[in-house]
Design a protein around this ligand. Structure first.
Ligand SMILES: [Zn+2]
Length: 156
């Protein structure tokens, strides 16, 4: 049986978000009529060893988590860029480091949303799967997020 195409969910801010995951190679997510196609790099890492039905369920929630967190990330982005500009620290490299760190923070927020939404299902889904990909995701993203800020501050 073929999986349904778009899964439509309503965000906390009232927008209709849509997620389309048909395989492990490409995902589409966005708002109705405007879905971005992208390679699921972090889902590839996080869902290693899971059957596709579980991969898809957690992947849909991860993509939806991005859309749920988008307003907070946008505020963070604008505040960070405004602060860097005010401090005279906004240049192409610092801006790129800040954007990279912001994306990693967005990834952490999306997967934290998955963990929160799935409750006890999350550890059950992973009970026979290595913990290392998730350790690498959470600790690596957190380390690089903090590192991106440290690099920006160190560079001045
Ligand atoms: Zn993601």
């Amino acid at each position: 049986m073929r999986a349904p195409r778009n899964i439509v969910l309503r965000t906390w801010y009232g927008a209709e978000a849509a997620v389309d995951i048909r395989d492990r190679a490409w995902h589409r997510a966005g708002f109705r009529g405007f879905l971005l196609l992208h390679p699921p790099l972090f889902n590839w890492l996080l869902r290693r060893g899971l059957p596709f039905v579980v991969y898809r369920k957690l992947g849909v929630l991860h993509e939806f988590g991005h859309l749920q967190a988008a307003p907070a990330v946008l505020v963070y982005l604008l505040a960070g860029l405004w602060s860097l500009q005010r401090l005279g620290m906004l240049n192409p490299l610092n801006g790129a480091l800040f954007l990279l760190g912001s994306h990693l923070l967005w990834e952490l927020a999306a997967e934290t949303y998955v963990r929160w939404r799935t409750g006890a299902y999350y550890p059950q889904a992973y009970r026979n799967v290595s913990l290392w990909p998730r350790r690498l995701f959470f600790s690596g993203n957190a380390f690089l997020f903090v590192g991106s800020w440290a690099a920006v501050i160190w560079r001045g």
